[in-house]
Design a protein around this ligand. Structure first.
Ligand code: NAP
Length: 328
């Protein structure tokens, strides 16, 4: 099995940031965590933000905050840490006109570059450090002296220093304390979008909702259904994360293990595998990103309708009630 290149602390050197400024654009989940970690690693950080409200928030956290256009002009490394659907308009309006050659464009996800929403000029390094965790967890682990793993990719190496810059950035935000896996913008973009749709977010939530609905239809109380099918998910996820899928099966009861083997193919089968291939095909051919951007530019009505529908599912109400009774 081919293995990716993996980097750790000894592979990265922070001195390549000497005399350089990182302009972090966005102060949300990733922006806050990465700006704080970079600052704690001794890097000069400024923020680029669209509104006086968010600039005030960044200033309260001790950062210098400017408009996105000004921060781009002042920074040497421009870190795209704002929502992917906004990359195209912000790049065209605020970033590209203020981008001189030799600066580094840093991404935390490959979507906007791979699907050509952002088309960088040829005279910049374009790299990616994509942490495998939300910002809050990345910041927590950094403060504890640990880190989270990430993907690294180089899309364009104008200066010949693109990989070193990306590795130094990964070190400054704590990722080399865990593991930095090398990939490409294309593989990260497609893998991440597919993984969240088919497995981790879309697939999993639909599976949980369906199992919950089935138990309620079968006469169990919604409380029981939620406690059995949803609330214990973290325990199983933890076992899989620590020891893999076989390791998880080794640690659960014989009934749980044998039952799981016995129903194989009844829920996930050739039909669902064909559906997965068709979802992957939509992603690869850019159909999903095109649809998402069309909805975004059209006012996000489809997004808001789908979000409202999900929020009205009874599983959410039951979840609030169940969690309110559990002390921990
Ligand atoms: N969240 C994750 O767990 C995660 C994990 C790995 C990678 N990523 C990637 O990290 C990137 C950032 O994601 P995120 O979840 O951290 O985003 P986010 O929390 O939704 O970003 C919100 C921030 O972006 C700012 N922003 C909004 N519009 C802007 C504009 N026009 N110009 C400049 N800043 C603007 C917001 O400012 P206002 O408050 O003023 O609107 C806010 O500070 C994405 O590429 C994402 O795919 C995310």
């Amino acid at each position: 099995m081919a293995q990716p290149r993996v980097y750790y602390e000894r592979d990265a050197d922070l001195t390549c940031f000497n005399g350089k400024t990182v302009a972090v654009i966005g102060f949300g989940s990733q922006g806050q965590a990465q700006a704080m970690n970079l600052r704690d690693s001794g890097i000069d950080v400024i923020l680029g933000l669209p509104s006086s409200h968010s600039r005030r928030k960044a200033r309260q956290a001790g950062f210098k905050a400017y408009s996105t256009a000004r921060a781009t002009a002042m920074g040497d490394i421009i870190s795209f840490l704002f929502p992917d659907q906004k990359h195209q308009e912000v790049f065209e309006t605020d970033i590209a006109p203020n981008l001189s050659s030799g600066k580094t464009l840093m991404f935390a996800h490959g979507l906007s570059v791979h699907f050509k929403l952002v088309q960088p000029p040829g005279s910049n390094d374009v790299v990616m450090i994509a942490p495998h965790a939300p910002g809050t967890l990345m910041r927590k682990r950094f403060v504890e002296g640990k880190g989270v793993a990430c993907f690294l990719a180089v899309y364009s190496d104008y200066t010949g220093q693109a990989r070193s810059t990306a590795l130094a950035y990964a070190k400054a935000i704590g990722c080399t304390r865990s593991a930095v896996f090398e990939t490409t913008f294309e593989d990260e973009a497609i893998g991440d979008i597919f993984g969240e749709q088919a497995a981790l977010c879309g697939g999993l939530s639909e599976l949980l909702e369906s199992a919950f609905e089935t138990l309620v239809l079968g006469g169990l109380s919604p409380w029981n259904a939620y406690l059995e099918c949803v609330q214990q998910l973290d325990l199983i996820a933890e076992l899989i994360k620590k020891d893999g899928i076989s390791g998880m099966f080794d640690r659960i009861s014989r009934a749980a293990e044998y039952g799981s083997y016995s129903i194989k193919g009844r829920i996930v089968n050739d039909r669902s595998r064909r559906a997965m291939l068709s979802i992957l095909d939509d992603i690869k051919r850019g159909k999903f990103v095109k649809k998402m951007m069309k909805d975004y530019y059209g006012g996000s009505s489809d997004y808001h309708r789908k979000k409202k529908k999900q929020s009205e599912h009874p599983i959410n109400q039951v979840g609030v009630a169940v969690r309110s009774k559990i002390l921990d």
